[in-house]
Design a protein around this ligand. Sequence first.
Ligand code: FUB
Length: 340
Amino acid sequence: EPAVPNEAQPDLQALKHKAISQPLVEHIYTADPSAHVFDGVIYIYPSHDIEAGIPFNDNGDHFGMEDYHVLSMAGPDAPAVDHGVALHIKDVPWAERQMWAPDATRKNGKYYLYFPAKRPDGIFQIGAAVGDSPIGPFKAQPKPIAGSYSIDPAVFEDDDGQFYLYFGGIWGGQLQQYRNHQWHADHAEPTADQPALGPIVAKLRDDLLEFAETPREIQILDEQGQPLKAGDTDRRFFEASWLHKYQGTYYFSYSTGDSHFLCYATGDNPYGPFTYQGRILEPVVGWTTHHSIAEFAGKWYLFYHDSILSGGVTHLRSVKMAEIQYDADGRIQTLKPYRD
Ligand code: FUB
């Protein structure tokens, strides 16, 4: 996050009219939408952006969110309904601040919300919270998931009923502080010619409350089969993991952060490696870009956000959705968020 965001201010009024989608809700700011279809209804688990009054810095401390609201839609063209507070940070025993991008899943009639937040010592971990309904309320576990770290959990249920949690994000997300899943204050991003840091994945235990295994780092490879380099900022992983399966192939998608793209890579199993394929979405208004992908009635949709509604304020975002198309080879056609 640069100290001075959006240096060259775009013409937001013009971009609003050229936008391929309008905000799903306008009465609150929402971001980082993780969408799932349960029983024929679209449920969106977003961050709930607020003006916390914290100055901008490179750690993203101004993203001072305090709770989660769940949105639902009867279909892609139906209005989005805000179901109110589903979990507040005051009810999370281990967490102190910054409820960043969440995700959720369902198993045996219970719903599981996964969310990152900072402990009182300023270190991010990932928590689980359980509810009886897709809209919450969710009750947080007393402690974060053991062995979890960094931000942006995304949960994926494979066809065999196994669940995997993907996570990680560099810079404010703290992933660069870890090697072999151990924090060290001296650790930093690799140099430009070294392999980039990868996202992390762990299979979840049957009760979905803890990891079933030691987390693993995922490799994202280039067209030669080599890991993407840290200096390849247009393609390397930054944050915002998402995993979906299309016609038997695993699609790992993510944000490139400081170059502002949503990209994807494909593989033949949930752990990767994944081979870089291309962009899903060109940059939006605002510094961050974050997404999910879900199928509804045979069509596929990208859920994403931008900062147009707030006049370009980077930590006051609005979730949007747009249909995506695959070509005959399974390639996702790149979307432009604003028409030319
Ligand atoms: O919303 C806070 C953070 O901004 C998320 O965790 C990141 O993915 C970025 O969207």
